[in-house]
Design a protein. Structure first.
Ligand SMILES: *[C@@H]1O[C@H](CO)[C@@H](O)[C@H](O)[C@H]1NC(C)=O
Ligand SMILES: *[C@@H]1O[C@H](CO)[C@@H](O)[C@H](O)[C@H]1NC(C)=O
Ligand SMILES: *[C@@H]1O[C@H](CO)[C@@H](O)[C@H](O)[C@H]1NC(C)=O
Ligand SMILES: *[C@@H]1O[C@H](CO)[C@@H](O)[C@H](O)[C@H]1NC(C)=O
Ligand SMILES: *[C@@H]1O[C@H](CO)[C@@H](O)[C@H](O)[C@H]1NC(C)=O
Length: 867
């Protein structure tokens, strides 16, 4: 037996276990099912679930006479027949999951002569497939099909109604019948958000991204976007919410970048600060303040905190050896030194100061053989200078006590990482070094030194708050009656600084600073199962996202849908397209649009009279269940789960509409017409609930929907979760319009190629700081380190300006021509061997164009005005 599978597919286990019992030899063939095929398979699976199965359920057994169902089914079989015109299986020349799923659902139909005749007579391609013929074996094993009938409506096996309890029904009824004045209103946002006594005061930070590069999608989902969803959720719960972010600007990496771009450190920071700010604005990240760490407030707070820790006896000094280049007159960061690998078994002559590319081992810069300065090639000298260390072992008991109280509220990975650091025992850490770009040490003999970026960066949260309001201490040194809950969002590599180092510093000052209650750390997001790499041009970076033309809400939706919550996950173009088309378009968008268009065409854009029966309350009870799940997921910042609850609500809505068929009822008796009105009224109300629930994830879509519903903002009440009638009978609705558009496969394929890698700069630069010998010194690396510090944004900008437009136009024309050649060949029905070479030629042209375009950062330089 052969098993074709992709990686990490648990379904394979079932096969392996069966095969083991059957004592059959098994060969596993890994297949990445990548690209077009995977998307096509997913689309068939989705189609089977949302179109084929529900329509079949209506005709099998009793044979529905509903014309709409009949025409849907006729269309469905035409589609199948068409797909099988030129190949034996649905997506390619090989059998795969889509065939199995589609054919097995056809089994009941294959057993019903009248139906087979009605739907299959004209569709011979369907009947002659091997898979369809295999269905006849089913008769030997399966009982005759008996349809499930309830309320006169046939349910397909997958769409059996979920059971709700009497209590749930009663609660739903009670909530629905509440007076409109019970609808919770959203508080107006304060101009400057300050905490208030006896209210929920939520302080939210997202890890400060390092300022020397452009963030990629992994960075965005890891901190800013996750924090944003949570902040928006907290606001719709009427909590006093302050959301702070900014760029981390000090450190070696900035100096390196400045050297590279021949700019001052300040100019580099200004430039990249603007890039970051712009990208986050495009993603609709709702910071109350997006600041930066190179401000006077930062200097003041950082020096102040240091002096307090020093006074409290948690600092000491110690001599440290470092390499110094007399020619360049600077201490050399690890990445500025090269030399022979110090590991005896390796003879590699060009090891870097932090790692050897020959043997892959970590290297201590001062142990390199024949070290040389990477800038001027001269031999650096070992110099000894005195540095400050923070005495973490002395702070450990304090930290341990604190962590017992705080850690239960952290994400699981944060708890694991935090605890493992304490288990290993803390060591003193160097917090100063001999550089210029940073906060100077405020002591006489140390004026030439600055603080290590890992020490100063987290203080940025406080200094940025201070830049936002003079009353910042209300958040960071709260009065006893004003308790603050601090949530910090980050990727997992940042946990040690937020779980150990920063709290230790704050506790050591003994000044009652706010410490974190919830460290919310994500795992890593990969790009199409590889890593993002700016230098190789692999992956989508913040600025690219806008250029794709895909709306920022769709990006947000997808990134949150695949948020690497408990394990690493991957960004995949084909999955993006599937989710865009199936979940957003077919599920969510379709439900809302059907309800609103129906109300427009049949009820004069007015919410009709509603007389709810048990079915309707059952729907409300099911949706209440999902609403509870939504709130509890978001309170724990399980953002992925939150989305799934939203989609479940619209799935319930779709099933409800399908089951009740208001379009049929409308043509019936007066009672049936009223029934149609009730169904549509309930659906409009569910749409209105969805508008609120969507706000944290897709703020623009939520706004658009509210306009279409002509509804006002309502709040969520986590302490009392229920569905109140938001749109009463007689409420005037707005103008409906499709919320989402289809993302074409061909466009996705184009984008996938565009971001699959360019011939970029491949120098390997990493932004680790100087690593003094004495202590393990690590810096606050605010971003996952897969992005090369040495990105080429500036160069690309130049590219865009210098590019020869004639050449681009020529290539575009050639691509269009070649596209026609391929399409015509394929349409003519010739074999793959004939069209494959032409297709390859097309792809070559497209890659050429993508290479030529590079990362198209077009704004800014061209004087395009930004808001
Ligand atoms: C760096 O910039 C300065 C002034 O902005 C200029 O004089 C100098 O030539 C530049 N150096 C390089 C290598 O581009
Ligand atoms: C439809 O609603 C508008 C106001 O929105 C009203 O003027 C009009 O009379 C209504 N038409 C019918 C047929 O009820
Ligand atoms: C989202 O951002 C865009 C552009 O920055 C802005 O025009 C829009 O109003 C924002 N929408 C919301 C709901 O915040
Ligand atoms: C929106 O709703 C309000 C309150 O129900 C109503 O007064 C107003 O006319 C509606 N607006 C439109 C454009 O129908
Ligand atoms: C899918 O992407 C396209 C952009 O290509 C966008 O216009 C559309 O709104 C997206 N669809 C959904 C369902 O969000």
């Amino acid at each position: 037996m052969l098993i074709f599978t992709n990686e990490n597919n648990p379904a394979v286990l079932k096969l392996l276990i069966s095969a083991n019992f059957a004592q059959k030899p098994v060969k596993i063939i890994q297949n990445d099912f990548s690209g077009e095929v995977e998307t096509a398979v997913n689309e068939w699976l989705e189609w089977e679930f949302t179109v084929l199965a529900p329509n079949l359920a209506h005709v099998i057994g009793a044979g529905s006479k509903n014309e709409k169902v009949k025409s849907s089914l006729t269309g469905a079989f035409k589609k199948l027949n068409e797909a099988l015109r030129s190949r034996p299986y649905l997506t390619q020349d090989k059998l795969n999951a889509s065939d199995i799923v589609v054919w097995s659902i056809l089994y009941p139909l294959s057993q019903d002569d009248a139906l087979s005749k009605e739907y299959l007579a004209e569709n011979s391609n369907v009947v002659t497939t091997k898979a369809y013929q295999a269905l006849s074996y089913g008769a030997m094993y399966l009982a005759p099909i008996t349809p499930i009938v309830e309320n006169g409506i046939r349910q397909s096996p997958q769409h059996q109604p979920e059971v709700v309890t009497n209590e749930e029904l009663e609660a739903a009824k009670k909530a629905w019948l509440l007076e409109p004045d019970q609808i919770p209103k959203l508080k107006n946002q304060q101009k400057v958000v300050l905490p208030k006594p006896n209210e929920k005061n939520i302080l939210i930070t997202s890890a400060l991204p390092y300022v020397n590069n452009v963030p990629h999608l992994g960075n965005i989902i890891g901190c800013v976007l996750s924090a944003d969803v949570f902040a928006r959720f907290a606001r719709i719960c009427n909590y006093n919410t302050l959301f702070i972010g900014g760029t981390d600007e000090y450190g070696t990496a900035t100096e390196t970048k400045a050297l590279e771009e021949n700019m001052s450190c300040q100019a580099i920071c200004d430039k990249y600060y603007a890039i970051h700010k712009d990208i986050y604005e495009w993603f609709n990240i709702s910071f109350d303040h997006f600041g930066r760490s190179s401000t006077p407030q930062q200097t003041e707070l950082c020096q102040d905190l240091f002096l307090q820790l020093n006074d409290n006896g948690f600092m000491f000094t110690e001599p440290v050896e470092q390499l110094y280049c007399e020619n360049c007159q600077r201490y050399l960061a690890d990445r500025f030194v090269e030399g022979g690998c110090p590991h005896p078994e390796c003879i590699y002559p060009d090891a870097r100061g932090d790692q050897c590319d020959g043997c892959g081992k970590l290297v201590n810069a001062i142990e390199l053989k024949n070290p040389r300065c990477k800038i001027c090639r001269n031999t650096p000298k070992l110099k000894i200078s005195s540095q400050f260390f923070i005495d973490l072992p002395k702070l450990e008991p304090l930290l341990l006590h604190w962590m017992k109280k705080s850690a239960p509220g952290w994400s699981n990975n944060a708890q694991v990482i935090g605890k493992s650091w304490l288990r290993e025992g803390l060591k003193p850490r160097c917090i100063t070094r001999d550089l210029k770009w940073g906060v100077t040490v405020p002591l006489k003999d140390f004026k030439d030194k600055v603080f290590y970026v890992w020490f100063d960066a987290p203080i940025g949260y406080m200094s940025i708050s201070k830049a936002y309001t003079q009353e910042w201490e209300k958040w960071w040194r709260p009065a006893p009656e004003c308790s603050i809950t601090l949530y910090q969002f980050m990727a997992k590599d940042n946990v040690p600084f937020h779980a150990v180092m920063f709290p230790a510093c704050l506790l050591g000052t003994n000044r009652g600073y706010t410490t974190v209650s919830h460290i919310m750390a994500t795992e890593y997001l990969n790009y199409e199962d590889g890593k993002f790499s700016k230098s190789r041009g692999v992956g989508v970076f913040g600025n690219d996202a806008r250029e794709t033309g895909i709306p920022s809400d769709v990006w947000r939706f997808y990134l949150l849908y695949v948020r690497p919550e408990s394990q690493d996950s991957s960004f995949s173009w084909s999955d993006l397209a599937t989710k865009n088309n199936s979940e957003l378009l077919n599920n969510l968008g379709n439900f809302i649009n059907r309800a609103l268009v129906f109300a427009k065409n049949n009820f004069n854009k007015t919410v009709p009279e509603m007389k709810l029966n048990k079915d309707d309350f059952t729907l409300l009870a099911l949706c209440t269940r999902e609403l509870k799940g939504y709130v509890s997921s978001l309170e724990k910042s399980k953002l992925r789960d939150g989305i799934r609850h939203i989609l479940s609500i619209s799935r319930h809505g779709n099933q409800y509409m399908q089951a009740n068929q208001p379009w049929v009822l409308l043509k019936g008796s007066p009672e049936e017409k009223i029934r149609a009105g009730t169904v549509i009224g309930v659906c409009c109300n569910i749409a209105c609930l969805l508008a609120t629930l969507l706000h944290p994830y897709m703020p623009e879509t939520s706004e658009t929907l509210k306009k279409q519903l002509n509804s006002t903002n309502t709040a969520l009440t986590p302490e009392n979760i229920r569905i109140i009638q938001l749109l009463p009978a007689g409420h005037k609705l707005g103008e409906p319009a499709a919320l989402f558009a289809k993302l074409e496969l061909s466009r996705v394929e184009e984008l996938k190629k565009m971001f699959a890698g360019r011939n970029g700069d491949t120098t390997n630069a990493c932004d680790k700081p100087v690593q003094p010998k004495k202590a393990t010194a690590t810096k606050v690396n605010n971003q996952k380190n897969t992005v090369n510090a040495n990105n080429t944004v500036e160069n690309n900008e130049n590219n865009v300006c210098n590019k020869n437009p004639g050449e681009i136009a020529k290539l575009e024309e050639a691509i269009s021509k070649q596209g026609t050649v391929v399409r015509e060949l394929k349409a003519s029905g010739v074999g793959k061997t004939e069209w494959q070479p032409e297709l390859s030629r097309l792809l070559e042209l497209k890659t050429k164009l993508a290479n030529l375009l590079g990362t198209p950062i077009v704004d800014g330089k061209k004087g395009k005005k930004k808001k």
